[in-house]
Design a protein around this ligand. Structure first.
Ligand SMILES: *Cc1c(COP(=O)(O)O)cnc(C)c1O
Length: 384
């Protein structure tokens, strides 16, 4: 509570990132899995908006075995933290990016025979073995070789002198709400794996499970790694998730401040498009953040924020730099007071899941929507 009135920096809108919570989460997730399961930390999209450098550096000390990023430029940022850490690219490599596979020592995802031929040529030209993970499409319909064609592609990789098969993986389409299809995807994956000849399973990363997948991960199987994104940031993949038992905590919180407070008479319409009309004489606060910071316009007239530990409703449309809220019930509110958009204030809490529902989206997208204008402050709250 003290912090609220003594902000050290004059920020208007910021995200607070609790790296100690990230570390605890990672240890909790690892602790909930059998000891032999290796941990692929998914840190694409700037570590889900938490900041790639800070998040990955902390995870290097907290039990990550391999990092997965979307693309070469994310991998380059990650590689700045040091050589040696295995990095997997989850997205396809463009032809102009080929040389970075060697320069940055990256493992590529392989889905097609053309990629195998291309990567083999890069490896040969560099006089090195390039690491690849074979991706098998078991029903996502995105990257990966269709599962019935996997054995042929696998054989092509194993026959390539300048490729080293480091892993085999698949990705679930509906792990959060379709257990039967997820089981079918697992079956297709294991079946394809069984038909790939000459695989040394123990020395490969065999991975399928993202956060929601962990709920149905079988105890005993060739799966020997998980590929976790959202859960490590303390967010459940769906509200009724049994992963709540793992007791991870939110790492991210989203804050702004009160710009002005003023009284307005009943009947006044609020903001662009006049979508809200005050039904009573009201006190409103204009907040120092809008969609230019990552408060989606979709939450107009829906979201609530925390001020002085109380929930206050958003009135009218969110604008680029400002958002208007009803503070009629808050006698002492003043310019500069801290506002929590996502996170805790006193006893009250707005989870990112609740916020995302107002925006008709999912926590993954909410985190990716926090803009560059918003500084990430790496601070663990005192007293917890
Ligand atoms: C993003 C991503 C993940 C992580 O998913 P979460 O649901 O955030 O845990 C895992 N695998 C692939 C291929 C991904 O693109």
């Amino acid at each position: 509570m003290k912090q609220r009135n003594h902000l050290p920096e004059p920020h208007r809108c910021w995200a607070q990132i609790d790296l100690a919570a990230l570390e605890r989460n990672l240890r909790l997730i690892r602790g909930s899995l059998p000891a032999h399961i290796r941990y692929v930390a998914v840190v694409k999209a700037d570590a889900y908006g938490h900041g790639l450098h800070h998040a990955a550096a902390r995870m290097m000390h907290s039990g990550a075995d391999l990092f997965a990023v979307a693309n070469v430029s994310e991998a380059a940022q990650l590689r700045e933290l040091g050589p040696g850490w295995p990095i997997l690219l989850l997205s396809p490599v463009l032809p102009e990016e080929d040389r970075f596979l060697v320069e940055l020592d990256l493992a590529a995802t392989v889905s097609t025979p053309e990629e195998v031929t291309r990567f083999e040529a890069i490896g040969r030209a560099a006089g090195k073995k390039l690491k690849v993970h074979l991706k098998i499409d078991t029903g996502m319909g995105r990257l990966g070789v269709w599962h019935t064609d996997a054995p042929a592609l696998c054989a092509q990789i194993l026959a390539a002198d300048h490729l080293e098969l480091a892993g085999v993986f698949t990705h679930f389409a509906s792990p959060d709400d379709d257990a039967a299809f997820t089981a079918e995807q697992r079956r297709r994956f294991l079946d394809a794996l069984g038909r790939c000849k000459g695989l040394a399973l123990d020395s490969l990363f065999i991975h399928a499970d993202n956060s929601a997948g962990l709920e149905t991960m079988p105890g005993k199987s060739p799966f020997n790694a998980v590929r976790v994104g959202l859960l490590q940031f303390g967010i459940l993949p769906h509200p009724n998730s049994m992963l709540a038992q793992v007791r991870t905590e939110p790492v991210f919180s989203f804050h702004t401040r009160v710009g002005i407070v003023k009284a307005l008479p009943a009947g006044t319409t609020i903001s662009y498009g006049r979508t809200h009309t005050l039904t009573r004489d009201s006190k409103v606060a204009v907040l120092c953040a809008g969609y230019g910071d990552g408060i989606p316009r979709a939450v107009s007239n829906k979201a609530q924020v925390l001020i002085h530990g109380q929930r206050c409703r958003v009135l009218g449309r969110v604008t680029m730099d400002q958002t208007i809220v009803d503070v009629t019930g808050l006698p002492d509110i003043k310019c500069g007071d801290e506002v929590v958009l996502v996170g805790r204030q006193g006893e009250a809490e707005i989870s990112i899941t609740e916020f995302s529902r107002w925006a008709d989206t999912i926590p993954w997208e909410t985190l990716c929507s926090v803009t560059k204008r918003v500084p990430r402050l790496y601070r663990t709250p005192l007293g917890i």
